[in-house]
Design a protein around this ligand. Structure first.
Ligand code: ACO
Length: 367
């Protein structure tokens, strides 16, 4: 059975920064309160011409470049997101087209902030069963579009961004070793975006009552998060046959600095073992773990052979963890830059649309 290695990683962050002081001009809050209760100093907000797919595509291209892989070599794309471009088609399909991954199947996965853990696990299982060799996993969000900017309980927390991993098959031992995926739907009302789905389709009432915004019982989510983070980390390490003391790094979902502190206390591990960057990005939901991973590599905190656990929690309720032996690129063969494929995407799209039109004209009438 092949191993599923993490061989590429990338991130994309919008340029625009919204500081706590900026927020204090919008709602009744202040920098001291936000920093003390959450650890967040600033977050990035997508520009009008940016979207979940465009951020996801950019992160994906960076990851492909690290892995020395062309988009056309990708077999499967999984995009985890809670802020998809549309109910359908899947955001993964838009990314597939944008980067020119013409051979790939693509679908979205919805598990809120735990989504990236679930998606990497799904990608790794696909590789381990032999049905794919190269898988692109993306976590992308523009939750700023679903935040009520008059609600100080919510608007201080979230930011936009995307991260991506390339997973590749190899006979060399390592890569994704074990995983934990859990859900408790009885807590579905604790964190939700009530309208826009089939239960509450868009209507004047849903818009007027703010049902298209994120709703959250912060205290309950906090309690749940502090309980499951340490539990899932211990469980996934045990499954891998490791002790938590063996871990070089833990990369937790970046929602609130105090939740990470509590997990460290629960695990009796020093904070140096935890990657934390919530102060600069806020909660980017499913994108937070890959973004933190990219920065951990950039800072030299994650090296080939290191044992790492990634652990997340979120709406659903969902939580999960992943134990991996860090790999690095398998292929060193230099390829045409993945961006080239992306540059030709609009032309390729146009040609495909034209072919569909011609097929319709010439063959459609016969049927
Ligand atoms: N600025 C100033 N005061 C505020 C603000 C603010 N931005 N927000 C709330 N307050 C006030 C409240 O109104 C309350 O005032 P009161 O006592 O007069 O009623 C007081 O501060 C305390 O409010 P709490 O809600 O008790 O504050 P708490 O310490 O619980 O912190 C927080 C709130 C930061 C939201 C915390 O509960 C939390 O982080 N929860 C977890 C949230 C989370 O991680 N969500 C993401 C999950 S992942 C996903 O799937 C998207």
């Amino acid at each position: 059975m092949p191993y599923a290695h993490i061989t590429g990683w990338g991130m994309s962050i919008p340029q625009k920064i919204l500081t706590n002081d900026d927020l204090a001009k919008m709602v009744d809050t202040n920098d001291a309160w936000i920093q003390e209760r959450t650890g967040i100093r600033e977050r990035h907000i997508a520009a009008e011409n940016q979207s979940t797919a465009s951020l996801g595509a950019e992160a994906a291209l960076h990851a492909l470049r690290v892995a020395n892989l062309a988009p056309t070599e990708i077999d499967l794309i999984i995009c985890s997101t809670s802020s998809p471009e549309h109910t359908f088609p899947a955001t993964a399909c838009l990314i597939q087209d944008a980067i020119g991954a013409t051979r790939a199947g693509a679908f979205d996965l919805s598990a809120a902030c735990s989504g990236f853990i679930f998606a990497v696990n799904m990608g790794a299982q696909t590789i381990k069963t032999g049905s794919a060799k190269n898988v692109l996993v993306i976590g992308a969000e523009t939750l700023s579009r679903f935040v009520d900017w008059n609600d100080r309980n919510i608007c201080i927390l979230f930011g936009d961004g995307a991260g991506a991993f390339v997973l590749q098959a190899s006979d060399r031992p390592g890569g994704v070793i074990s995983s934990v995926m859990r859900s408790d739907g009885s807590g579905s009302d604790l964190l939700s975006l009530p309208a826009g789905g089939s239960k509450h389709p868009a209507s004047e009432i849903t818009v007027h009552t703010g049902m298209h915004f994120i709703h959250m019982d912060g205290k309950e989510v906090f309690r749940f998060a502090t309980r499951v983070m340490a539990q899932a980390t211990i469980e996934v390490a045990e499954k891998a046959g490791w002790k938590t003391a063996d871990l070089a790094l833990i990369i937790p979902h970046q929602a609130n600095r105090r939740i990470i502190d509590a997990a460290a206390r629960g695990l009796k591990l020093p904070m140096e073992k935890f990657m934390v960057n919530v102060e600069r990005y806020g909660n980017t939901s499913t994108a937070s773990i890959p973004i933190a991973t990219v920065e951990a590599v950039q800072q030299g905190r994650l090296k080939p052979g290191d044992k790492v656990v990634m652990v997340g929690f979120g709406a659903g309720l969902t939580w999960g963890a992943l134990a991996a032996e860090w790999s690095g690129p398998i292929s060193t063969e230099r390829k045409l830059a993945p961006e080239w494929y992306a540059w030709f995407a609009p032309a390729r799209s146009l040609v495909r649309r034209a072919i569909r039109l011609l097929e319709g004209l010439f063959f459609g009438r016969k049927s």
